[in-house]
Design a protein around this ligand. Structure first.
Ligand code: SF4
Ligand code: SF4
Ligand code: SF4
Ligand code: FES
Length: 947
């Protein structure tokens, strides 16, 4: 447990290796060249008053409070903007400086409300601290003159207020928005006395371009920008370090608490993934943890037509175990399976797959990564030897050329997007390959060098055309290829990509991308310096998802962009622990660390420790489980933290599979859509209520720490343990650290991971073992994990999902900043303020052809099904392409997605669906029925009064 206040050194650290020696207040100090005097003084505890300076922002020099005297120099320069110099002699405290500082403070206080005792920032206000620090005893100028005290508060943002009366116009908020977040939503309008902070064009925060990241609130030294939770609850008293449970960036936070009540989440400056920043979800959208919809008592029912009956934990666990045993006795050992969750911790995921393999006695375990990054696993393992991104996020600071393909970082991975934007503003070049004009293509002070708006489904053709240019124009890094890659495979591949049919000119007709642009982008990628590829589900969720991942790895190997800072192949993982869920053996064919279940030596290791015999045959994947259920051979499923009815493709088929099962156990926070077909509901715990670890997109293992007791009574790992024990497979872990101990014993890439090491280092990136005790920031440095890198021929095979007269448009899907996946959490927070429904983006030409206007209801229709939603007419999408999100169950975008999937991994082809769009009068019948059906499925039988 920590305190809530950290030292602020005033200005950013210098990275120079040259040291400068100077004397401050009689003490000799050595600091890196380029440090400010303010920072140098702070390092020896000589605290200089300051207001406009803070260490996360470049020095600005506006408040004139940090003045110092320097021997041999006239006047009193600001220490935040004055760099140290060899031999300098500085005084930070003199009568003259004290007088000047008091004068500055008097001016501030003369235009500031004197309501400290009732102010929300009381005790956490730098203005208050500075009044004390300078010894302010009187204010000679009263409030009678012109002042800002009556300016109205802006309460429009659901999470924070802006009270201009308390603003000292220090510009910290403006600079945080520019430098840290990169949104440039704030300005100081006017000059002199009337100057005032304004959002966009003097709009309210809500109506402005603000994306509610909270960086400005964190930077504000007064109560001008304050979290509403602090106003309502009061100042936090202690803090616990933990990790965000939303996306794969893995931001770390101090959960600041009063007792067991969470007051605010403050991003940790030493968080290696986020470096003190966060987005609206991690910082503010945690209210779902105490939402009234949360189910806190276990429930069972004999059939899905019956109302739920609340029961004790003992009864629910015993019932679920007896049902699974009954099903296995009647239908065979393989008739049941489990699904692990990328939302849960590594330890919880490990236990679910262990329970399936030991208690169920089969390998029917799969994970939600099946529907997102399973092609990453296949593609990177085949080419490079391991299923993970090659770099750390810090590496982006050394990148010269960024390729973003099939990802929308400003919405999906916002904190990393801010780091990308920082580097792009410094001059790195950007290539965006995406059917849609994502925000990064043009955003304040950033313009992509090339945007290749390809037709959905043609990634492989475009990536291969880029390879064609690199090979035929002699841009291959011969030395890298000669020393690091399999030469036969390279030559085979080089001959293939060089064929005329793979040229940008030949592929232009079906990719829709101008050949000249492809050539220019390929040249830039190959010759522009350190080049990194960042990709997302717009690459993997295709019938050729695995092929596209291999095409990306081919490009990186051909240009030598691997194994060093600033480059690499970087999958942007969607969920907080999707990397970890894959690492933990969640796939039916792999044990932890991606070792195949058929490998006798690996299996023997697990069999020895678990004292069971393991099946050497891979089990069923999620789609196979559902198919088998429809066919009648699969009857029981345990689903932890995953709403397959909403997140998996072809909703009707998923529903048919679930309906055909005799025992569906849903273990989750809320009665989700899948629970409509469940017989047992086990209430889950939130990330705030348990210990464990998550692994982010850069393979970084970070601690999740319990900040409050589980409201449902148990952490999720304890519930799986109870179920496993009831099934007859004994588990006796007292704490998740013991589970990690077992994972480390069984997994070479985790061999050095312990909670003690994580506590000491903050985090480690696997592999972490004897060879790399502090982890591995950059992989494949001296050689690939598989030895030599392997080029794979990536022949473009068009998807079977064809457009035609009935379905002439291509639908692609994505997500939006404020919402998260199926929205179970974010829809239960004030984030709905920004996104209340899924909408369909359609190009003006396509809209006009169909007589559709902005905001109209339209029916979106595919071969699989139809749904109804409103439109936005926009040229962000190319003609012939429509786009929507999938956050709301009453839209259920997956009603229209098809069963096409990646040839290697079965990852659904969410990103390409042939559709038609037509005007409609409003929601479809099933959508109107939806609410009442959901209400029925959520009925809970009244509890009989006790005798
Ligand atoms: S919340 Fe973030 S985006 Fe909004 S004004 Fe503040 S820093 Fe800018
Ligand atoms: S709102 Fe806060 S950070 Fe922004 S200028 Fe005013 S006092 Fe400074
Ligand atoms: S970027 Fe991702 S990990 Fe970071 S705060 Fe936002 S949702 Fe959480
Ligand atoms: S802190 Fe240096 S001028 Fe404000």
């Amino acid at each position: 447990m920590g305190s809530v206040n950290e030292i602020d050194f005033g200005t950013p650290p210098s990275t120079s290796e040259n040291l400068v020696e100077l004397v401050i207040d009689g003490q000799t100090v050595r600091v890196p060249w380029g440090s400010s005097i303010l920072r140098a003084a702070q390092t020896i505890g000589a605290s200089i008053p300051k207001l406009c300076a803070t260490e996360s922002l470049q020095a600005f020099g506006s408040c004139r409070l940090c003045l110092v005297e320097i021997e041999g120099r006239a006047g009193a320069p600001a220490s935040c903007t004055t760099p140290v110099a060899q031999g300098m002699v500085v005084k930070t405290q003199t009568p003259q400086l004290a007088k000047l500082r008091r004068g500055v403070m008097e001016l501030y206080i003369s235009d500031h409300p004197l309501d400290c005792l009732t102010c929300a920032a009381n005790g956490d206000c730098e203005l208050q601290d500075m009044a004390g620090a300078v010894g302010l005893r009187e204010v000679r100028y009263g409030h009678q003159g012109k002042n800002h005290l009556d300016l109205p508060c802006d309460e429009s943002n659901p999470y924070f207020t802006f009270d201009p009366a308390k603003c000292i116009v220090c510009s910290r908020c403006v600079r945080a928005c520019d430098e840290v977040q990169g949104t440039f939503a704030l300005t100081v309008q006017g000059r002199g006395f009337p100057s005032q902070v304004a959002a966009s064009q003097s709009e309210s925060f809500l109506d402005s371009e603000c994306v509610s990241c909270g960086a400005c609130v964190q930077a504000c030294p007064t109560a001008a920008l304050t979290e509403k939770a602090v106003i309502e609850i009061g100042q936090p008293a202690h803090s616990v370090a933990t990790t965000c449970a939303y996306c794969g960036v893995g931001c770390t936070f101090n959960a600041e608490m009063r007792g067991e009540e969470l007051v605010r989440m403050v991003p940790r400056k030493d968080g290696k993934a986020n470096r003190g920043h966060s987005c609206v979800k991690g910082r503010f959208a945690w209210g779902y943890a105490t939402h009234r919809d949360r189910i806190l008592n276990p429930m069972i029912r004999g059939s899905i037509q019956e109302p739920w009956r609340e029961v004790s934990w003992a009864e629910a666990i015993a019932y679920a175990a007896s049902e699974f045993k009954r099903i296995q006795a009647n239908y065979g050992r393989g008739a049941v399976g489990g699904i692990t969750s990328s939302r849960c911790t590594n330890e919880e995921t490990y236990l679910v797959q262990k329970m399936v393999r030991t208690a169920f006695g089969n390998n029917n375990v799969d994970t939600c990564a099946r529907v997102c990054h399973s092609p990453t696993g296949y593609g990177l393992k085949t080419t490079l030897g391991t299923s993970a991104g090659t770099q750390d996020f810090d590496s982006v600071a050394q990148c010269d050329v960024m390729v973003v393909i099939g990802a929308n970082p400003t919405d999906g991975h916002p904190v990393f997007a801010s780091r990308m934007k920082q580097r792009l503003r410094q001059g790195a070049k950007l290539i965006v390959i995406d059917p849609r004009r994502i925000d990064l293509v043009r955003t304040p002070h950033i313009e992509a060098a090339h945007h290749l708006p390809l037709r959905p489904g043609t990634n492989v053709a475009v990536l291969t055309a880029m390879a064609h240019v690199i090979v035929t124009e002699g841009l291959v890094d011969e030395m890298f290829v000669q020393t690091r890659c399999e030469l036969d495979a390279f030559e085979f591949w080089a001959e293939f990509v060089s064929r005329p049919e793979n040229s940008p000119e030949a592929t232009q007709a079906y990719t829709g991308v101008d050949a000249g642009e492809v050539r220019a982008a390929a040249r830039l990628y190959a010759t522009g310096g350190a080049a990194a590829i960042y990709y997302g589900l717009g690459v993997t969720e295709h019938s050729q998802g695995s092929t596209a991942v291999m095409a990306i790895a081919n490009l990186a190997m051909a240009t030598g962009n691997l194994g060093k800072p600033g480059c690499g192949v970087n999958p942007l993982r969607g969920q907080n622990n999707v990397q970890g869920a894959c690492d933990m053996g969640s796939f039916p064919h792999e044990l932890t660390g991606y070792r195949h279940i058929s490998d006798d030596a690996t299996r023997a290791m697990f069999e020895d420790l678990w004292a069971v015999e393991l099946d050497a045959e891979p089990g069923l994947r999620i789609p196979n489980m559902l198919d088998a259920a429809v066919e009648g051979s699969f009857k029981g499923l345990y689903v932890q933290g995953e709403d397959i009815l909403q997140s998996d493709p072809n909703t009707r088929h998923v529903a048919a599979g679930l309906a055909a099962m005799e025992c569906v156990v849903v273990h989750d926070l809320f009665l989700n859509e899948t629970a409509t077909y469940a017989h047992v509901f086990l209430p889950g715990s939130t990330f705030l209520e348990k210990d464990g670890t998550f692994t982010n997109a850069e393979r970084r293992i970070q601690r999740v720490r319990k900040v409050m007791s589980p409201r449902n009574g148990y952490a999720d790992w304890e519930i799986t343990q109870l179920l496993s024990n009831a099934l007859g497979s004994s588990m006796n872990y007292a704490h998740p650290s013991e589970i990690m101990q077992e994972i480390a014993m069984l997994t070479p890439t985790f061999a050095g991971v312990t909670y003690d090491r994580l506590d000491a280092l903050g985090s480690v990136q696997w592999p972490c073992n004897a060879a790399a005790p502090e982890g591995t920031p950059v992989m494949h440095v001296d050689g690939f994990v598989r030895g030599k890198g392997k080029f794979i021929v990536t022949e473009y095979v068009p998807t079977d999902e064809k457009i035609g007269p009935r379905f002439p448009l291509l639908l692609t899907t994505g997500r939006i900043l404020s919402q998260y996946n199926v929205g179970a959490q974010t829809r239960r927070t004030a984030n709905v303020t920004w996104h209340q429904e899924d909408v369909l983006e359609i190009h003006p030409h396509d809209a006009e052809d169909r007589g559709i206007g902005d905001g109209d209801w339209v029916k979106l229709h595919s071969r699989a099904g139809a749904t109804t939603l409103r439109t936005i007419v926009t040229d962000r999408v190319a003609p012939g392409v429509v786009y929507t999100t999938f956050h709301h169950p009453d839209t259920q975008a997956n009603v229209v997605t098809t069963e096409h999937s990646d040839w290697a991994t079965n990852c659904p082809e969410y990103k390409v669906t042939a559709v038609q769009v037509a005007r409609s009068n409003g929601p479809s019948d099933w959508q109107s029925d939806y609410s009442s059906k959901v209400r029925r499925s959520r009925r809970v039988a009244p509890v009989e009064p006790a005798e």
